[in-house]
Write a protein that binds this ligand. Structure first.
Ligand code: SF4
Ligand code: ZN
Ligand code: ZN
Length: 311
């Protein structure tokens, strides 16, 4: 198989683009898609601080490396990498090590925020105490909040997330299936600014997951392959399968889902008043009700269990 742009051997098949790419054209195409997304999602960004959420996995490794590449010629932009240690044994330590190695290689400041210190609990402990709840539900909510706070503390104007095309297509489908228009409109990349929330950008939005992996390998970026021990319980797994099947049968489905999202947001912004954000009574972070979802989960954890034999 030859590259569709030159005579070199192809290393990747891109059915959604109707072609193949060699190593050089593949890397250039990823970098160009990321450049376009930065330009689109951060219009008129002259300078300031950009926080990059760095988990130590392939997606955030590529997001940090390409953020560094995009901003390195701008002395007015400061990058800071933020990692959250949720307290997941047998998993997080290795990913944090990979995250530290990449930040050091690129010369980017790296801060680690720990759930134990900030929330007084860990994902592992909460998973044991709330055994009937899928851990990703509270873990994801807590991580988003910790990242937001850490980004604010770092003086960040935006948070870069490593969401790739597959992740975003799955999230669009999940929110559509659940009928959760509010979350659909507010998902990253942010079009709707919310008080107290550092806007999130997703520069890998047009890069499929396997191309992110390939790019990370080609550039020898340090990242950890391990999967979280709680991941098998995530409802996202079903949507991953469905999006894969759709993409196999109908190449371009993932991009279509993102376009659907874009159009819905456009129409929503033109026709609807977005609900005024309120502040959580517990922690002061943005919330849809009196308590934010992070505090709701903490409240459930702290509630004393009913006495045995109680009705
Ligand atoms: S897979 Fe779920 S539990 Fe594990 S880190 Fe991600 S959100 Fe947390
Ligand atoms: Zn080529
Ligand atoms: Zn709260």
């Amino acid at each position: 198989m030859r590259c569709s742009s030159c005579d070199a051997p192809a290393i990747v098949d891109q059915p959604y683009r109707g072609g193949h790419a060699c190593e050089r054209h593949f890397a250039a195409s990823v970098e160009e898609r990321v450049r376009v997304e930065f330009h689109r999602q951060l219009p008129r960004f002259g300078g300031g601080t950009i926080a990059v959420a760095l988990s130590g996995g392939k997606d955030s490794a590529v997001a940090l490396a390409l953020s560094h590449r995009y901003f390195q010629r701008r002395p007015t932009v400061r990058l800071v990498a933020l990692s959250v240690d949720e307290g997941i044994s047998g998993y997080r330590a290795a990913t944090l090590e990979a995250a530290g190695a990449l930040a050091e290689r690129l010369g980017v400041e790296h801060r680690i925020v720990r759930s134990e210190e900030r929330l007084g609990t860990t994902t592992d402990r909460a998973a044991a105490e709330l055994s009937g709840t899928v851990p990703c539900s509270f873990c994801g909510v807590w991580r988003r909040q910790l990242l937001n706070r850490a980004a604010r503390e770092a003086g960040a104007d935006a948070i870069v997330l490593g969401f790739n095309l597959d992740d975003l297509a799955q999230t669009v489908l999940m929110n559509l299936v659940r009928g959760d228009l509010d979350r659909l409109v507010r998902m990253a990349p942010h079009r709707v600014r919310q008080a107290g929330l550092v806007p999130r950008v997703a520069p890998l939005a047009q890069v499929p997951e396997r191309e992110v992996f390939l790019y990370a390998r080609l550039k020898s970026l340090p990242f950890d392959h391990a999967e979280c021990p709680h991941a098998h319980r995530a409802s996202r797994n079903l949507f991953r399968e469905i999006v894969w099947q759709l993409e196999e049968e109908l190449p371009g489905t993932r991009q279509s889902l993102l376009r659907t999202h874009d159009r819905l947001v456009e129409r929503w912004l033109r026709s609807e008043e977005t609900a005024a954000p309120t502040r959580c009574r517990g922690c002061g972070e943005p919330a849809a009700g009196p308590l934010c979802r992070a505090c709701e989960y903490l409240r459930v954890l702290r509630e004393p269990a009913p006495a045995e034999g109680a009705p």
